[in-house]
Write a protein that binds this ligand. Sequence first.
Ligand SMILES: Cc1cc2nc3c(=O)[nH]c(=O)nc-3n(C[C@H](O)[C@H](O)[C@H](O)COP(=O)(O)OP(=O)(O)OC[C@H]3O[C@@H](n4cnc5c(N)ncnc54)[C@H](O)[C@@H]3O)c2cc1C
Length: 420
Amino acid sequence: MNRRAFLRIAGGITTLTAAGPPSLTPSISASARQAPRRQSVSHTADIVVVGAGAFGGWTALYLREMGLSVTMVDQYGPGNSRATSGGESRQIRAGYGDREIYTRWVLEAFDRWASREAEWGKKLLFRTGQLSLAREWTKTLSDTKTVFDKLRIEYEIVKHADLVRRFPQMTMDGIEFGMFVPGTGVLKAREGCVAVAQAFERKGGRFLTAKAEPGQRTGRTLQDVALSTGERVSARTFVFACGPWLPKVFAAVMAHKLITPRRVVFFYGTPAGDERFTYPNFPAWAVDDAYGFPSIEGRGFKVVPTFEQVMVDPDTQEHTLTADEIRRGREFVARWFPALRDQPLVDSKVCQREDSIDEHFIVDRHPEFENVWLVGGGSGHGYKHGIVLGDYVAHRIVGDDKQPELAATFRLKDQAFTRR
Ligand SMILES: Cc1cc2nc3c(=O)[nH]c(=O)nc-3n(C[C@H](O)[C@H](O)[C@H](O)COP(=O)(O)OP(=O)(O)OC[C@H]3O[C@@H](n4cnc5c(N)ncnc54)[C@H](O)[C@@H]3O)c2cc1C
């Protein structure tokens, strides 16, 4: 659907009513970047997208590519360090047990990433392969295998003795099976968000650094968003892709629909001159409740353990590791990767997830507004899907839903987390 068709549905034509916004990147418009705060200026767009993470960024780009005038707003910038998409890297794995839709989307995501890499001349996807390790055969492995067979995805089941022989970097004590999926990999996350936002601007989208709040309403229609800069942006449709901030922006509707547990990510040094733990010599891996990646471009060997769930505020949580987290991270590495036992921690990231009640994404209209969409609930697995989800959301918004069977899966569920 193009802009004209959307406007026919939406019932009107819009125009910009004020000068262009400060630009996202110096390469695009350095002089405009430090524009002073403006008061009482109004802009109009067809669509406003709040949030420039993996979900909002891709949604805004696809809507712009449909020919719509789109303003994207982010309080801290695309892929910022507080955002859930703001990490160095994210896994693009294919195994989802019986949740076939996500495996299908991953297949589509690979094609889309490849074509965007070509379009932008930028390497964002590293095909490391992925190795899931298990102490015993599980229902999830069976379900994953069934889906892989159905979709003709290449994989191998590797038994203990072969795991020991093929992956000597890792201790395989107690591990009976590995499922190795050669085509999968790792994406550059923060860089990906910046690349999406740059493409959005190059294609005529308007990016603003500001905090947005729902503004004036008429009945069930939101008229505009109020920005921390003093500006207001009106639009026919609003998308709030605010990740872990959704419960802060829409407290009444989203409180207890998402939880935001702290997650810590360790990057350990690899031994000098030793490439055994470096892409492409070791795959992305998962064991028990932890996973990680080989060192990519010298950033260090990534380890993401799961500790107790501590809920955090994405605006205010400190991004430093506690002494206990450092100790537990090191214990984990010593247990599974003995050759890295004495290597230093060369980097770390602290982040938060935004888990929905069933770990499905949320793509739904706000129950009180007919023109407001809530998009989020990445639930620890959303980054890889942003490139497909954005297209799905864009089509739903313009009334051209290509996969109507998914609306129930992505509905904002009635169930909520119990108050903590
Ligand atoms: C440690 C960790 C590891 C993960 N690993 C993987 C993985 O391996 N593979 C994978 O696919 N996924 C992974 N995920 C999940 C994935 O990163 C997220 O699901 C995804 O990035 C969520 O994107 P988002 O756009 O919904 O949210 P975010 O990236 O948080 O973006 C939301 C944006 O909205 C902006 N915003 C919020 N409120 C406002 C406001 N009022 N005004 C203006 N701007 C606002 C914020 O500044 C932010 O930039 C992981 C998550 C974590 C925490």
